[in-house]
Ligand binder design. Structure first.
Ligand SMILES: C[S@@+](CC[C@H](N)C(=O)[O-])C[C@H]1O[C@@H](n2cnc3c(N)ncnc32)[C@H](O)[C@@H]1O
Length: 286
């Protein structure tokens, strides 16, 4: 059994520097490079597959089911695929999927996730979203999830993502949300207690992201949010498992409550605008 497969005990105490957000990569003093992402990939791979993370995996899967509209046979690019969770979601929907990332370790994890899911991607390759090696108008759908906020020049990345999207094609963007004030307050307390997270490159307001998207010739269609409940909110059950010795039988009903709250929060205004992740679906205009 490799370290990636090894289950993490529900009672594992959290280490002071353990990252709590998927966007925390280095100290936040500099933009993360591919070495930072390689390191992050190795640190988080085991946790992403661990039993105590199941509820967060389900939160992402149910968000995908509720919000993403990907049809069988569509050509999809997962740009900045990370561990490949969304690559696998789209493949399971019957789409033809290409995945790119600049981190070798992330590419390896995506290939492994695809293999373990028993599906097949068109290609998984090391490429930057700033210089994509596919022709203009090539894809029906482009997903760029939790990547823009880590880049020095998100506008340049957005132009490149739109270049390879066909007119009428769908663009999915996920960014860290500047309006999620209860999350920011929670992060401040965690930083004060030296529990991380150490910092993000940047946050976007929903309005900022929509303006950027319009400038590239796309029309925002629909938005959503993910992760309304902040860490330590009591129903953020991954934390309950790490910090308490409550038996599974007590935490499991809270999992259902957590998922129900998340589901309602992302569907309704204004709670969907207060989630830690802001997700936008846009269409490229002809
Ligand atoms: C926070 S992870 C998100 C992964 C995945 N999209 C998800 O939502 O689970 C950010 C990913 O973007 C990748 N990345 C960062 N800069 C990139 C670039 N210029 N081109 C392609 N991928 C990049 C990182 O290696 C990392 O895998």
């Amino acid at each position: 059994m490799t370290s990636v497969d090894k289950p993490v005990s529900h009672l594992t105490p959290v280490r002071p520097s353990a990252p709590f957000s998927t966007s925390v990569v280095n100290g936040g003093e500099k933009p993360p490079d591919s070495a930072d992402w390689d390191d992050y990939a190795q640190r988080t791979a085991a946790r992403k597959k661990a039993p105590d993370w199941a509820v967060l995996r389900e939160a992402r899967a149910s968000h995908y089911r509720d919000f993403f509209r990907i049809q069988p046979g569509e050509r999809v690019l997962d740009a900045g695929c990370g561990h490949g969770e969304y690559t696998v979601f789209a493949l399971r929907d019957g789409a033809r999927v290409w995945a790119i990332d600049t981190s070798k370790a992330m590419i390896a994890h995506t290939r492994r996730s695809i293999r373990e899911a028993g599906v097949r991607a068109e290609a998984v390759s090391e490429q930057s979203v700033l210089d994509i090696q596919y022709p203009a108008n090539y894809f029906d759908v482009v997903m760029n999830l939790s990547v823009l906020e880590t880049l020095n020049d998100p506008a340049a990345a957005l132009r490149e993502l739109v270049r390879i999207l066909r007119p009428g094609g769908q663009l999915y963007l996920d960014v860290c949300n500047a309006v999620a004030i209860h999350w920011h307050a929670c992060f401040r307390v965690m930083q004060f207690l030296r529990m991380g997270p150490a910092g993000h490159m940047r946050y976007f307001t929903p309005a900022e992201l929509k303006t950027m998207v319009r400038k590239t010739g796309c029309r925002p269609i629909e938005d959503s949010g993910m992760h309304f409940c902040p860490p330590f909110s009591g129903i953020y059950t991954a934390d309950l498992r790490r910090f308490t010795i409550l038996p599974e039988s007590l935490i499991r009903p809270l999992d259902r409550l957590y998922l129900a709250v998340e589901r309602q929060a992302r569907r309704h205004w204004p709670t969907r605008l207060l989630c830690h992740h802001y997700i936008l679906r846009a269409v490229k205009q002809s």
